[in-house]
Design a protein around this ligand. Structure first.
Ligand code: ADP
Ligand code: ZN
Ligand code: MG
Length: 478
């Protein structure tokens, strides 16, 4: 294995979040009843004419600029001819030799430092429909809601060298597309999916090996597993004196293996030609400049700011800046409570844990920055303890409202009244004489137990610092 090097290049498809399709005005939203988002154009009726949705060009240019591409002033649409039942025109409108964006790069962090993954191109094209198998007596039915949903295809150079690098690259790309708000990147809905090209070669070899391609992969986990399996399979074939066939493979998640689907087609098989129904796409410098000026701050720059301005650790800054939603939440909540360290801790620990447990995306967080900021203020002022704050956070996830309202409603205000604290302390001491003598005998742990008992009796509402102090004082008197 170690004598070999893995080479990977990705073709990433991202569905653009325009309201309407690329060549007609049907909606693009996901999950509708089959064939309700259709019209004569996206159903490919003869005699209909496509009209390019300007937003698609704008979004693709945005993606190109955010990934350091050159933007073509002269571009066009081409027909890619092939037959498949989910493609009623028998051709897909795509871009062949004049893509909108070329020669960009995305920077990733590797163990050896930063690495630029070069982008060959980004072009626009239409998505195909979807076949639903086995629903009615074993037949297949076509749903054309997805036909004509706009896509960008982002093609990388074969610069990736391991499954870890591929995961880094995809996460970075996803985060950039989310920041510039051109795609919702929901992988489970197929809004972001990748064709993964893999080859292997002996270390030191300058020529690339023959590649195989696994199409339409839409989970990080399967992509990582598939690359590892496929690279090992290729190495075994070569070690046995065999040859790698250039082919399209299917990854099977259950068996954890790849299977051959078909020989790889070449560009000439598709008989590309310029679509005669569409005009050339000509972009002015001013148009491109305007889009450039409207780009938001990107993850890399936010991360840098978090390290410098807020002194976050590298790890925390990475996590927070990787999602635009988390980054906005962090900055806005910090503005409210003026305690970046605390907001950072909430996001990195409790909020991230709940997101993981509930498989929620950051964008689905139901409460807002104002509510998180106020929660931090309540702790800082000593109104609630951190254990109560954790309960408030759970409430914020379940039924978001003003944290102050939550604690009033639930009666969760921290007890900091000396008289009340003393009362509990005396009660707990009289109930636990053994712990008192343990503590006196030098077993410091006993104090923790006593505080714990007092917390239990006050349902977590007593001020823990005061409890500690008071226990020590009162034990001295016994
Ligand atoms: P096609 O659509 O025929 O697959 P593209 O040029 O669109 O061709 O995409 C080719 C993809 O395969 C690119 O991402 C490229 O980086 C990758 N690639 C090309 N050669 C190799 C190779 N030898 N090993 C791994 N990946 C490769
Ligand atoms: Zn339509
Ligand atoms: Mg391909």
């Amino acid at each position: 294995m170690s004598e070999y090097e893995i080479v990977i290049g990705l073709e990433v498809h991202a569905e653009l979040s325009t309201k309407t399709k690329i060549f007609c005005s049907c909606p693009t939203s996901f999950g509708a009843e089959p064939n309700t988002h259709t019209c004569p154009i996206c159903m490919a009726m003869p005699g209909t004419l496509p009209v390019l949705n300007e937003k698609v060009v704008e979004y693709a240019v945005k993606a190109g600029l955010a990934t350091n591409c050159e933007i073509s002033r002269n571009s066009k649409n081409d027909r890619k001819n092939y037959f498949y039942p989910d493609l009623p025109k028998s051709y897909q409108i795509s871009q062949f030799d004049k893509p909108l964006c070329e020669h960009g790069y995305v920077e990733i962090d590797t163990e050896e430092g930063k690495k630029k993954i070069r982008l060959l191109r980004i072009h626009i094209e239409e998505d195909a429909g979807k076949l639903n198998h086995d629903e009615f007596g074993g037949g297949s039915l076509v749903d054309l809601n997805r036909a004509g949903v706009p896509l960008i295809e982002i093609v990388s150079e074969p610069d990736l060298r391991s499954s870890q690098e591929v995961e880094q690259y995809l996460r970075k790309l996803k985060s950039i597309l989310e920041y510039i708000e051109v795609s919702d990147c929901k992988m489970q809905e197929g809004s972001l999916r990748a064709d993964v090209n893999v080859s292997v070669r002996k270390k030191g070899e300058t020529k690339f090996g023959t590649r195989t391609e696994m199409k339409n992969m839409n989970s990080f986990r399967s992509i990582v597993r598939a690359i590892e399996y496929e690279a090992n399979r290729q190495i075994d074939v070569l070690e046995d004196g065999g040859k790698i066939e250039q082919e399209t493979l299917r990854w099977d998640e259950v068996s954890g293996k790849t299977f051959s689907m078909r020989d790889k087609e070449d560009a000439q098989d598709y008989r590309y030609f310029p679509d005669p129904d569409l005009v050339a796409i000509k972009l002015s410098d001013e148009y491109i400049e305007n889009i450039k000026n409207g780009l938001p701050e990107l993850p890399e720059s936010r991360k840098k700011r978090y390290l410098e301005e807020y002194k976050l650790t590298e790890k925390d800054a990475n996590i927070i800046s990787s999602s635009k939603y988390l980054a906005d939440l962090f900055e806005e909540a910090t503005k409210i409570c003026n305690n970046p360290k605390a907001v950072n801790n909430w996001i990195i620990s409790d909020i991230s844990r709940i997101l993981n447990e509930t498989e929620m995306e950051p964008i689905e967080i139901p409460f807002d920055s104002n509510q998180l900021g106020k929660l931090v203020i309540l702790i800082d002022k000593g109104t609630i303890s951190s254990s109560i704050a954790k309960k408030v956070l759970v409430e914020l996830f379940e039924n978001p409202r003003d944290p102050e309202e939550i604690i009033k409603e639930k009666g969760w205000i921290q007890i900091s009244d000396e008289g009340a604290i003393k009362e509990v302390v005396l009660k707990v001491l009289s109930e636990n004489p053994q712990s008192v003598s343990d503590y006196k005998a030098g077993k410091d742990k006993a104090l923790g137990f006593l505080v714990g008992q007092a917390m239990k009796q006050t349902k977590g509402q007593a001020n823990p610092q005061m409890l500690n102090k008071m226990f020590i004082e009162e034990i001295k008197r016994i």
